[in-house]
Design a binder for this molecule. Structure first.
Ligand code: UDX
Length: 432
C-alpha cells in the first residue's frame, strides 16, 4: 500500500520505517526542511537502536522517501497517518494546533478517497473534529474516512514494539476503513482490536495513565518497605508473579519521566475534568511521582550531611536507558535541586550528553563513569544504563573521595556493595 506519514518525530519516523519493513511504500513528510534534508542523507535526529540502519536500507531500496510537500504526498498515497506532535500547553492540555493545520492541508489536497488515521496521542473526540475539519475544508467532493490507530511503542525498543506489539488498536467508523487497516497490519501477528474512534482514543490515554499509576503505586509501596525494613524488590517479585498484576512496571525508583507518561497523565486528568469527572486517583499518582525526586535528593543530603560544595557524580541523564531523550527526564529536576543546595555536578551518560548540554547549566560533562567519579564525594545512579550496571566497582571505589553510592534505580545488590566497603543507599530496601 502507499502510505504518507505526516510528522517525522519519534512515532512518525519509526512508523514510516517499520511500514517500509512490512513492504509498504512510504513517504514521510515534515515541514522542517533541514530535518528532511538530513533524513534524505539517512541522518536520524535522535538515538533509537536500529532505526538509522532501517531508514538507510529502505531509503536505498526505494520503499521509504522523505518530503516537505503534504499535497503531493496526499495525492500519491492511499492512507495518511497524522503523527505530528501534541505538546502539552501550560494547563496540561494537549496543543492540537499542529494537527489542525495538517488536517486542513490534507483536506485541500485530496482528489479521491483517502483514509486519514490519527497516530498522535490525542484527546477523545479529536476524531470527530478531524472529520468536521476535512468535511468543511476539502477542495473536492470526495469520500474519506477518519480512523484512530494509537501507538504504544516505547523509546529504546521502538522497532521491536512496532513489529511485535501486544495488540493493535484500530478505531473506525466504516467497513472500508477497517479493511484497509487490517490489510496494512496483515503481516503483524498480534491481536487486533476494532472499536469506535472515541474508544480507541481513550485506550491510549487509559493505558499510559495506568502504567504511570503502576509505577507510582510501587514507589509508594517502596516508602512503606523502607519504613518497615522490608525489600521492595522482593515485594515486587512476589506481587508480579500474580498473572493479574504482572512484574513489569513495578520497578521502584525516582519516578517516571519522558515525553509520554507525564504528559498523557496530565492530559487524561484534564480530559476527565472537562467531561465532569475529577480523576483524583491520577492526581495522586502525579503527586507521588513528583515527590519521588525530592525524596531521592533528601537521601543524598542525609548521607552527605551538607551538600554545599560537595561534588556529585551523576550517572545517567536520559529519562531511561537506550535513548538520548531528555524530555521530562528526572535528572533535570534532580540536578537542579542538588545545585540549589550548592552541589557541584560531574555527569555522564552513554548517549544523552549532547542533548543535555543544551539544557543543563554549570555541569561538568564527563566521558564515562570513571571520569565522573574521580574526586567526587559520592556517585548517584539516575538512569539504569547497562554501562553503569557493569561498572568496575573496585576502580570506582578508588576514584571516589568517599565510597558512597546512592542508587535511584536499585541496580546493585546491597549486600555485595556493603561487603566491598561501600556505603550504599537505594530505594525501598534497607541495608542489613
Ligand atoms: C511509554 C509507554 O510505555 C508506551 O507504551 C507509550 O507509547 C509511550 O510512553 P516510553 O515513554 O518510551 O513509553 O517509556 P517507558 O518505558 O514506558 O518508561 C517511562 C518512564 O517510567 C521512564 O522514566 C522509566 O524509567 C519509568 N519506569 C518504567 C519506572 O520508573 N519504573 C518502571 O517499572 C517502568
Amino acid at each position: 500500500m502507499k502510505i504518507a506519514i505526516i510528522g517525522t518525530g519519534y512515532v512518525g519516523l519509526v512508523t514510516g520505517a517499520c511500514f517500509a519493513e512490512l513492504k509498504h511504500r512510504v513517504v514521510c513528510v515534515d515541514n522542517d526542511a533541514s530535518k528532511v534534508r538530513a533524513l534524505k542523507m539517512f541522518k536520524v535526529p535522535f538515538y533509537e537502536p536500529g532505526l538509522e540502519e532501517m531508514v538507510r536500507r529502505h531509503a536505498r531500496n526505494g520503499r521509504l522517501s522523505f518530503s516537505t510537500q503534504i499535497s503531493s504526498a496526499v495525492k500519491n498515497s492511499d492512507v495518511i497517518f497524522i503523527a505530528v506532535g501534541t505538546p502539552p500547553k501550560e494547563n496540561g492540555e494537549a496543543d492540537l494546533t499542529g494537527i489542525e493545520s495538517v488536517v486542513r492541508a490534507i483536506a485541500t489536497s485530496m482528489h479521491s478517497y483517502r483514509l486519514i488515521v490519527e497516530k498522535s496521542t490525542v484527546p477523545v473526540d479529536t476524531g470527530r473534529r478531524v472529520q468536521h475539519t476535512i468535511e468543511t475544508n476539502k477542495a473536492k467532493n470526495v469520500p474519506f474516512d477518519v480512523a484512530s490507530n494509537p501507538e504504544f511503542l516505547r523509546e529504546g525498543q521502538a522497532i521491536h514494539d512496532f513489529l511485535h506489539p501486544d495488540r493493535i488498536v484500530i478505531g473506525v467508523e466504516s467497513a472500508r476503513a477497517e479493511k484497509i487497516l487490517r490489510q496494512l497490519y496483515a503481516d503483524i501477528p498480534a491481536p487486533l482490536i476494532v472499536t469506535d474512534i472515541k474508544s480507541a482514543e481513550l485506550i491510549k490515554h487509559a493505558s499510559n495513565s495506568f502504567l504511570a499509576l503502576k509505577i507510582s503505586y510501587i514507589n509508594a509501596v517502596a516508602r512503606v518497605c523502607e519504613a518497615a525494613g522490608a525489600d521492595v524488590e522482593r515485594v515486587a517479585e512476589g506481587m508480579g508473579l500474580d498473572g493479574r498484576i504482572g512484574r513489569t512496571f513495578l520497578d521502584a525508583g525516582i519516578g517516571f519521566g519522558g515525553f509520554c507518561l507525564p504528559k498523557d497523565l496530565d492530559a487524561f486528568v484534564g480530559i476527565s475534568q472537562k467531561l465532569g469527572y475529577d480523576f483524583g486517583l491520577l492526581k495522586e499518582a502525579k503527586k507521588i511521582n513528583e515527590s519521588q525526586k525530592e525524596l531521592f535528593v533528601r537521601k543524598i543530603e542525609n548521607r552527605l550531611w551538607n551538600i554545599k560544595n560537595k561534588t556529585i557524580a551523576v550517572c545517567g541523564l536520559s529519562f531511561k536507558p537506550n535513548t538520548d531523550d531528555m524530555r521530562f527526564a528526572p535528572s533535570v529536576d534532580i540536578i537542579a535541586l542538588l545545585q540549589q543546595l550548592g552541589a557541584r555536578i560531574r555527569a555522564c551518560d552513554p548517549q544523552a550528553t549532547k542533548k543535555a548540554k543544551g539544557l543543563l547549566k554549570d555541569v561538568v560533562f564527563c566521558r564515562d563513569v570513571y571520569e565522573a567519579a574521580r574526586g567526587s564525594d559520592c556517585l548517584i545512579i539516575v538512569t539504569e544504563w547497562n554501562e553503569f550496571k557493569e561498572m568496575d566497582l573496585k576502580r570506582i571505589k578508588k576514584l571516589l573521595k568517599q565510597p558512597i553510592i546512592i542508587d535511584g534505580r536499585n541496580i546493585f545488590d546491597p549486600a555485595l556493595l556493603e561487603a566491598m566497603g561501600f556505603s550504599y543507599v537505594c530505594i525501598g530496601r534497607t541495608s542489613k
